[in-house]
Design a protein around this ligand. Structure first.
Ligand SMILES: Nc1ncnc2c1ncn2[C@@H]1O[C@H](COP(=O)(O)OP(=O)(O)O)[C@@H](O)[C@H]1O
Ligand SMILES: [Mg+2]
Length: 390
C-alpha cells in the first residue's frame, strides 16, 4: 500500500530517526530505502533546503501543529533544479516510538513551471495586442521621415548641379574672359534649384526627419523596457519612467478617446518593484480608463476625455493615481470589479482579468494596496500604494 502511494512519504521519530521511506521518496530524492532508514534526515545526501526543513520539523514536534512548506527547492537526482511541496504533520501514539512526524511531499516543479508560463502567456498576449497599435504608431513618423528624406535627396541633386556649374564657371574665369553662355546656364540652374526656398526648407526637413526618428526611437525604447523580462526578486525602479513607457506603448489604446496627462513627482525615490508586473497593472488601468471614457462619449471624438496619472511620495509609501472622467462604476458592480473574470464588457473587449491581475500583483507580490474612488458620471480614480522599502 505504502509503495503504491505516488507522494513522497517519510516518517520520523521525535529523535529524528527515519522509520519509513517509500518508493516515491526513493525515486524523487534519489536515496534508497536501505540508505535512508535508521539515519537522521539531515545526514542524507540530498541537495535541498536542510535548515528550512529541520526548522519545520522541530516546530511541528514542539507545537504539535501541521506545517505546510509551499515550495522547497531541491536538486533532482538528474541534477536539474526542482521544487517540492511538503507538509509536516505531527503523529502521536501511546508509545514513544510511535511519536514523531510524517512528511508528505510532491514534486511540484512542473506545476510551478506551468504557473510561470501562464503568467508569461498573459503578458505576451497583451504585448501581442499592443504590437498592432505600436506598428501603427511607428508607421506615421516613418512615413514623414521617408517624405523628408526624399525631398532632401531631390534638393541635393539640384544643389549639386549648381555647384558643378559654378565650378565650371570658376575654372573658365581663370582661363580668360567669360562668355555669356556659361553664366546664362548657371542662372538657369540657380532659378531651377531655387536656393532661397531650399535654404529655408532643407533645415526644416532635417529637423522633421530627426524628430520622426526620435519618436520611433522613443517608442522602441519604451517597448523594450516595457517587455523586459522580470527577475524573481524586486529591483529598485523609477516608477515615473515605467509609467511614461507604459503610456507610450499603450498610446493607440487611448488616443482616440482621451488625452493622457501626467503629474509625476520628480522626487519619488526608487521603489522595490517587479517592473514587468507593475507595467501590466498600469496598462490594465489605462485600458480600463480608456474604455470607460469611450463608453461615456460613445464615438463622439469631439468629446475626448481625460486620463490623469500622478505619482506622490508619502512617508513610507509611493502612491500612484490613475484618474479618468469616464462613466464611473455603478454601485451594484463596485464590490465585484476585482473578482477574476468579472466583466461588464462584451466578449472580445473584456475578459475580466485586468483588475484581478492588478490586485494580485499589487497586494500579493508587492505588499501594497489598491482601491478606487468613483462617482457615476464623474469618473473613477484607482489608487495604488506601494511600500518604499521591502
Ligand atoms: N476606470 C473604470 N471605470 C469604470 N468601470 C471600470 C473601470 N475599471 C474597471 N471597471 C469595471 O470593472 C470591470 C472589471 O475590470 P477588469 O478586471 O479590467 O476586466 P475587463 O476590463 O476585462 O472587463 C469592468 O468590466 C468594468 O465594469
Ligand atoms: Mg480591463
Amino acid at each position: 500500500l505504502l509503495a503504491s502511494i505516488p507522494s513522497i512519504m517519510i516518517s520520523l521519530e521525535t529523535t529524528g530517526r527515519i522509520t519509513k521511506w517509500n518508493q516515491a521518496a526513493e525515486s524523487t530524492l534519489g536515496v534508497s530505502q536501505q540508505d535512508a532508514l535508521g539515519g537522521p534526515l539531515d545526514a542524507l545526501p540530498i541537495a535541498w533546503e536542510h535548515e528550512h526543513l529541520t526548522q519545520a520539523i522541530h516546530d511541528c514536534v514542539s507545537t504539535l501543529k501541521p506545517i505546510r512548506l509551499e515550495a522547497v527547492s531541491f536538486t533532482r537526482p538528474d541534477g536539474q533544479p526542482g521544487f517540492l511541496g511538503i507538509s509536516v504533520t505531527p503523529v502521536s501514539g501511546p508509545k514513544r516510538s510511535h511519536q514523531g512526524v510524517l512528511l508528505l511531499g510532491t514534486d511540484i516543479t512542473e506545476r510551478r513551471n506551468l504557473e510561470t508560463q501562464l503568467r508569461q502567456a498573459q503578458k505576451l498576449e497583451s504585448i501581442g495586442h499592443l504590437a498592432a497599435g505600436i506598428a501603427h504608431e511607428i508607421n506615421t513618423p516613418i512615413q514623414y521621415v521617408g517624405d523628408n528624406v526624399t525631398f532632401l535627396r531631390d534638393a541635393f541633386g539640384n544643389i549639386q548641379e549648381v555647384l558643378k556649374l559654378q565650378g565650371d564657371l570658376l575654372s573658365r574665369a581663370k582661363g580668360g574672359p567669360l562668355n555669356d553662355g556659361v553664366s546664362a546656364e548657371l542662372d538657369q540652374a540657380l532659378a531651377h534649384a531655387d536656393l532661397e526656398f531650399l535654404s529655408e526648407e532643407v533645415p526644416k526637413a532635417i529637423d522633421q526627419a530627426l524628430e520622426g526618428v526620435g519618436r520611433v526611437a522613443k517608442i522602441v525604447r519604451a517597448m523594450k523596457e516595457f517587455s523586459h523580462p522580470d527577475s524573481d526578486s524586486k529591483v529598485a525602479a523609477d516608477l515615473n519612467r515605467l509609467i511614461e513607457n507604459t503610456i507610450t506603448v499603450a498610446r493607440n489604446e487611448w488616443k482616440y478617446v482621451a488625452e493622457v496627462v501626467t503629474d509625476l513627482d520628480p522626487s519619488l525615490p526608487p521603489v522595490p518593484c517587479l517592473a514587468g508586473e507593475f507595467n501590466q497593472v498600469i496598462l490594465n488601468l489605462i485600458v480600463n480608463a480608456a474604455h470607460a471614457i469611450g463608453a461615456r462619449i460613445s464615438g463622439d471624438a469631439s468629446q475626448k476625455g481625460l486620463i490623469t496619472i500622478s505619482t506622490h511620495s508619502l512617508p513610507e509609501r509611493a502612491e500612484i493615481r490613475v484618474k479618468d472622467n469616464g462613466t464611473g462604476i455603478p454601485e451594484g458592480v463596485r464590490a465585484k470589479v476585482f473578482d477574476p473574470f468579472f466583466t461588464t464588457k462584451p466578449v472580445g473587449k473584456g475578459t475580466g482579468q485586468g483588475l484581478a491581475i492588478a490586485h494580485t500583483a499589487i497586494v500579493k507580490k508587492h505588499g501594497g494596496t489598491i482601491h478606487f474612488e468613483t462617482e457615476m458620471g464623474g469618473g473613477t480614480t484607482f489608487i495604488i500604494q506601494l511600500p518604499r522599502a521591502e
